[in-house]
Design a protein around this ligand. Structure first.
Ligand SMILES: Cc1cc2nc3c(=O)[nH]c(=O)nc-3n(C[C@H](O)[C@H](O)[C@H](O)COP(=O)(O)O)c2cc1C
Length: 388
């Protein structure tokens, strides 16, 4: 029901984002979208590109007088860098001597497989689309999804658990993540100052040595009702949808729901979240949330916790070995201005992807052509849950 698409090249005129299937009547603030775009650009370890761009959204359809009107939402996100690429990446053929071919494919990128698959003599067009610049459009869409979810008391945030070998070894509660999200200076997105200082030292080391560094982010969704997603079919399971949503972020190589890795290495008695009942409040609760808020592919009312594992950035200032596509001789891989660490930014992108999946799951369960109708259906269901 809820569909989105992104278009655009990294150094083209702009990115384009479309979102179809949201009900009418959702209040939308452009400032909130711009704030999410700003968050994606932050983080200690970003490269020169983020100094050029100040992302701001321009909405061209689907939102009027500050609310959704039910029709497809289309957003444009201009690339400030385009002014430096008008002759190198023109829409018409232009002057071939001004094009900037990438003929020494970079290991760890789409460059070589993409050039072979799309039958281009070099990887320029592949790089342009594979670049994580595309995620600016996803974050804009996610920001709209977040504003939809807010009407149901659902919020989505992220924080950084690991950078390189430094890992925060404790559970971070929702309140801590909220407090941390209000900080205006974003370094590495870790809620623990001492741990963050050690992470920063590792990023500094990568800068010094011409290297790059990866890590782990955690996205947490708070305020979810019981029963989004379903155990009935493989493709209605919310865990599967979330796994795809996280692993399709550039450079994310693994996904974990709850404490999956720890769980896999432990005995069952140490892993499952035992069920309790509060008679005064007439509600079920768990002593722990090791399942990360999902059981049987459905939300269970606990916070949703999903983690993304990022490999270190592939483009190195000390380039890796590659092959010249023209001469077929060994050559150092091409270098284009590059980030050193993007774990906090990837967390913001993860939030966007999780928010989009959750917005879709809410609409599948509660439907509605207007927000008022969706809210009525939601409230009816919540009454049923309370009376269970
Ligand atoms: C926010 C963000 C920024 C990124 N910036 C860069 C970058 O500056 N240089 C680079 O080589 N890779 C960067 N990447 C990673 C590449 O986009 C990614 O590794 C590449 O497209 C290959 O895809 P894969 O790693 O998913 O296989 C970034 C990823 C994210 C999430």
């Amino acid at each position: 029901m809820l569909r989105f698409e992104t278009a655009g090249e990294s150094h083209g005129e702009c990115l384009v984002a479309t979102l179809t299937g949201l009900p009418a009547g959702i209040p939308i603030s452009l400032e909130e979208i711009n704030h999410e775009l700003w968050r994606r650009q932050q983080g200690f370890g970003r490269g020169g590109r983020m100094k050029i761009e100040t992302d701001r959204v321009s909405v061209v359809s689907g939102i009027r007088h500050g609310q959704t009107i039910g029709s497809p939402i289309a957003m444009l996100l201009p690339n400030a860098d385009w002014k430096n690429w008008t002759e190198s990446l023109p829409v018409e053929s232009g002057d071939p001597s001004l094009h900037k071919p990438v003929d020494r494919p970079r290991p760890g990128h789409a460059d070589l497989a993409g050039a072979i698959k799309y039958n281009f003599p070099d990887a320029r067009y592949i790089l342009e689309r594979a670049s994580a610049r595309e995620t600016t459009a996803r974050v804009a869409i996610g920001a709209v999804a977040k504003q939809f979810l807010k009407n149901f008391g659902i919020e989505v945030l992220s924080h950084v658990i690991a950078v390189g070998s430094k890992r925060l070894e404790r559970v971070v509660e929702w309140g801590e993540i909220v407090a941390h999200s209000k900080k205006t200076e974003v370094l590495l997105g870790c809620v623990d100052a001492d741990c963050e200082a050690e992470m920063k030292a590792l990023v500094d080391e990568a800068y010094r040595t011409g290297d790059t560094i990866g890590g782990i982010f955690e996205v947490v969704a708070h305020g979810l009702p019981v029963g989004l997603g379903s155990h009935i079919t493989w493709d209605s399971r919310l865990d599967g949808k979330l796994a795809q949503a996280i692993v399709c972020i550039q450079a994310v190589k693994g996904v974990e729901i709850g404490f999956a890795e720890d769980g896999a290495l432990s005995f069952g008695s140490k892993v499952q979240d035992e069920i309790h009942y509060n008679k005064d409040e007439r509600s079920f609760y768990r002593g722990n949330n090791r399942a990360g808020g999902l059981e049987g592919g459905m939300t269970n009312g606990e916070d949703l916790r999903v983690r993304g594992f990022l490999k270190p950035i592939s483009t190195l200032r000390r380039p890796l070995e590659s092959v010249d596509l023209t001469t077929r001789e060994p050559a150092k891989a091409a270098y284009e201005r590059s980030d050193v660490c993007v774990v906090p930014a990837a967390g913001v992108i993860g939030e966007a992807m999780v928010a989009i999946v959750l917005a879709g799951a809410m609409l599948e369960k509660f439907g509605g052509d207007s927000l008022a109708e969706t809210l009525r259906n939601f409230e009816n269901y919540q009454q049923q849950v309370r009376a269970f």
